[in-house]
Every structure is written in structure tokens, then in C-alpha cells.
Design a protein around this ligand. Structure first.
Ligand code: 3IX
Length: 220
């Protein structure tokens, strides 16, 4: 095993077949409802979460959604709101077109995914998107600023339920896109075991990245 991998928790990377078989069985499972089940916990803000109005910062510099290192990325800067809510703005660029002069739906979904994912930050939970369902309500022209809002709606086991909207014309403008999602809590090993070796090595050599990931490992 490579020293960089041992340095974390000394765990082996899974074989390709182990990763493949996990995905096959998950694919056979019925889809999870987007509505929190009765008895789901109300999501609670972590005591060390950024105060309302503070920006959250990128979780990874090369993230397509929030990283400054991606010139064609969305470079979203989410801000903490009250409770487990966040807001962000994203201005659609030429590089984000699907039809002439209009934002690509996948890019709009990415903006929602990123905004919803940043809610986990406020709970000090590391989680990945399990399911994301987007409604495209209005076309969004290039140059438009999308005003994004997201809130966590429930937690059950490792599942985090959340919903968000993207509005145009201002923070209280018309809804152009909306989404519901279920995120699944994971350990840092999810990234270490599955990510490409060169990027994982670089992330683990970055003290800020390691500090950020470690801070979330202890979740009272
Ligand atoms: C120093 C190095 C550090 C590097 C790390 C750097 C940064 C880390 C910090 C933060 C980064 C985190 C995220 C990024 C944030 C925002 C970006 C946007 C978010 C994304 O873009 S992220 C990418 C897309 N995302 C994926 O790449 C997921 C691929 N997927 C899997 O990796 C597995 O599939 C997994 C892990 C999801 C589950 O696998 P698993 O084996 O762990 O869990 P299992 O199957 O046992 O399910 C347990 C319970 O979740 C329910 N459940 C499972 N799957 C579900 C689904 N799809 N829909 C609804 N519910 C689901 C089950 O129904 C069960 O529920 P119940 O307990 O009630 O039965």
C-alpha cells in the first residue's frame, strides 16, 4: 500500500470489483423518497458552524461547483443563513450554455447540487449526493444571476434530506429552478479510497485540506 494512503488510517483501497459490486446492489434498490420520513430528526446546526452571513469557503479548490481553481466552474460562494440554511449567487457565463444564450440544465443542477451540498458544512457532516431531482421552471439566459437558497429538512440515519431554489431577478424573484435531494453521510475514506491517486496525494499534502476534512471527523 502506498505510504500516502497508509498515512491516513492504514486502510487498503478497495479492489475495482468491490467498488463495482457495491454499485450494482445499490442500483437495484428502490429509489429513496425525497420527503423526510415521519420521525426524521430536525437538522441541527453544529456549534462551530459559521455565523449567519459568513461565507463557507470552497471545500476543495478544484471543485467544479465552488473551487477557484476551475476557470469554467461555477465558483459558487455559499453563505450561512439561520439554522441549517445557505444562500449563494451564480451568474451564468458563456461557458455554461446548453441552447444558444441559455444555461445548460446540467449546469443549473450543479449549482443546486453545490448549494445543497454546502448545507452539510453547517452540520459538520461529510456527505455526498445520493439522489437529486430538479424541476426546470424557467429558462435562464446567459448573464443572469441565479439567487440560490437551500435548507436541510430532515435527517434519518446517514440520510440528509434537503431542498433548494434558484430565483432570477433578485433574491425574491421568480423561481427558475428547484430541487430536492438526499445526501448520504460518508467518512473521509470515501474520497481516499475512491479518488484518483494523484489528486488525493495532492489534497493530503495540503494542510488546509487535511485540517478541514479532519475537523468534520468528530461530529458530536
Ligand atoms: C485529505 C483528503 C480529503 C479529501 C476530501 C475533500 C473534501 C471532503 C469534504 C467535503 C466534500 C463532500 C462533498 C462535496 C460537496 C458538494 C459537491 C456536490 C455534491 C456531489 O456532487 S457528491 C458526488 C456525487 N455523488 C457520488 O459520487 C455518490 C456515489 N455513491 C456512493 O458512493 C454510494 O452509493 C453512497 C456512499 C451514496 C452510498 O453507499 P454506502 O454503501 O455507503 O451506503 P448504503 O448503500 O448502505 O446506504 C446507506 C443509506 O443511504 C441510502 N442511500 C444510498 N444510496 C442512496 C441514493 N443514491 N439515493 C438515496 N438514498 C440512498 C440507503 O437507502 C441507506 O438508507 P437506509 O439506512 O435507510 O437503508
Amino acid at each position: 500500500m502506498a505510504a500516502w494512503c497508509q498515512a491516513w488510517h492504514g486502510r487498503d483501497r478497495p479492489s475495482d470489483s468491490a467498488v463495482r459490486s457495491a454499485h450494482v446492489s445499490a442500483a437495484e434498490r428502490p429509489r429513496t423518497s425525497m420527503t423526510p420520513p415521519p420521525g426524521a430528526a430536525i437538522p441541527a446546526r453544529h456549534p462551530d458552524a459559521p455565523a449567519p452571513g459568513e461565507t463557507l469557503g470552497a471545500h476543495y479548490e478544484q471543485c467544479f461547483g465552488c473551487g477557484a481553481g476551475q476557470p469554467y466552474g461555477l465558483q459558487l460562494e455559499a453563505r450561512a443563513g439561520e439554522g441549517v440554511t445557505v444562500s449563494a449567487e451564480f451568474t451564468v457565463k458563456e461557458a455554461h450554455q446548453g441552447a444558444p444564450g441559455l444555461a445548460h440544465g446540467g449546469v443549473l443542477t450543479t449549482a443546486l447540487d453545490e448549494t445543497l451540498g454546502s448545507l452539510n458544512w453547517l452540520m459538520h457532516v461529510i456527505a455526498v449526493t445520493g439522489r437529486l431531482e430538479t424541476d426546470f421552471v424557467r429558462p435562464v439566459p446567459v448573464g443572469t444571476t441565479l439567487h440560490l437558497d437551500a435548507r436541510a429538512t430532515g435527517r434519518e440515519g446517514r440520510k440528509i434530506y434537503c431542498s433548494g431554489t434558484g430565483r432570477i431577478g433578485g433574491p425574491d424573484g421568480e423561481v427558475a429552478v428547484r430541487a430536492d435531494a438526499v445526501f448520504i453521510e460518508v467518512k473521509v475514506e470515501h474520497f481516499i479510497n475512491n479518488g484518483r491517486e494523484e489528486e488525493i496525494k495532492a489534497a493530503m499534502a495540503d494542510p488546509d485540506q487535511v485540517r478541514r476534512a479532519r475537523a468534520f471527523e468528530v461530529n458530536p
